[in-house]
Structure formats: structure tokens, C-alpha cells
Design a protein around this ligand. Structure first.
Ligand SMILES: [Cu+2]
Length: 164
């Protein structure tokens, strides 16, 4: 999503750079609960779905979710789809070491370790998509996230202004 946010964030980038670097180092992971007894299954919940309202005539946008694994085994997000969008794919923005340059690449999957939470964000993991029809602020867009062990999780994401 780097190109879409470049204009928006241009003025803020200098101030935000140290924070962004720290977030990337953590890889979007944060501790959720202490690891419990070994051997239990993954327990996945998906919350806080958001889709950025596309800019003007730009067709592509991004969606973000918070994925919590409160179980005892890792799980893997393998795909995302939506009946309201095409070209839905996982992507990750990476900052090249020392180069002060960000680039985005598609990724096949994202591991959600046991006892951890992944928070998607514009400078980390996100879901790229191309809405079939124009999105309206506040509308709810349905998504299906498919996990290797937990199967399909249906969630809705609210259309919000980029950055919120
Ligand atoms: Cu992206």
C-alpha cells in the first residue's frame, strides 16, 4: 500500500520513522496471553476489521484485521477473500535495512503463533483488494479468512478513512 499512503503520510513520515522501524522489528506481533499447557489446538479470533476508503479514482485499497490466537498451537492464515472484491491478497511492507526505502510484496501466508496477536497495519502485514463497486464510508464489507487449522473465519470490516 506504500504508493497509496505516500501522499497522505508525506508530511508525517519524518516524525513517524522511528516508530515505524520499531513496529517492523516486532513484526506486528504482540504477546497476548502466557503460553498455556502444550498440546491444545489453536484458538483464532478475528476482530477490528477495517477497509480504507480508496482515494479518488484509485481502484486498489487495503484491509486490516487483528488476529488473536489464544490457543496452545500455532496457526497459519493462508488466504483471504471477499464477495465484494477481487484480487484479494496478503501483502507485507518491508523496510530495507539502512536504505530508508519501503517496498511491498505479496506473501503466501502469515503465521499466528500460539498465545500471540497479529495486528495488521499499513506499514506491515495487510490485505490488498480491489472492490467490485465503490465503497462508502461506514459500510460493512464481508471477508472470509481461511486458517490452516481453524478453517474459515467470517468477519466484516468497516470502511474508514485512511489512517483511522
Ligand atoms: Cu499493501
Amino acid at each position: 500500500m506504500r504508493t497509496l499512503y505516500a501522499r497522505l503520510r508525506g508530511g508525517l513520515l519524518a516524525a513517524l520513522a522511528p516508530v515505524v522501524a520499531a513496529a517492523l522489528t516486532l513484526g506486528g506481533l504482540s504477546a497476548w496471553v502466557a503460553a498455556g499447557a502444550a498440546g491444545g489446538p489453536a484458538r483464532i479470533s478475528v476482530t477490528d476489521g477495517r477497509v480504507f476508503l480508496p482515494y479518488g479514482s484509485v481502484a486498489e485499497t487495503a484491509a486490516f484485521f487483528r488476529i488473536t490466537n489464544s490457543g496452545d498451537s500455532d496457526d497459519v492464515l493462508e488466504s483471504v477473500r471477499s464477495p465484494r472484491a477481487v484480487d484479494v491478497m496478503l501483502s507485507r511492507t518491508v523496510e530495507r535495512e539502512g536504505a530508508n526505502v519501503e517496498s511491498m510484496r505479496m506473501v503466501e501466508s502469515a503465521t499466528v503463533p500460539a498465545g500471540r496477536r497479529i495486528t495488521m497495519e499499513p506499514d506491515g502485514l495487510d490485505v490488498m483488494l480491489r472492490p467490485k463497486r465503490a465503497l462508502r464510508l461506514g459500510a460493512e464489507v464481508p471477508f472470509v479468512l481461511r486458517f490452516r487449522h481453524s478453517g474459515e473465519v467470517r468477519v466484516t470490516a468497516v470502511v474508514v478513512r485512511p489512517g483511522s
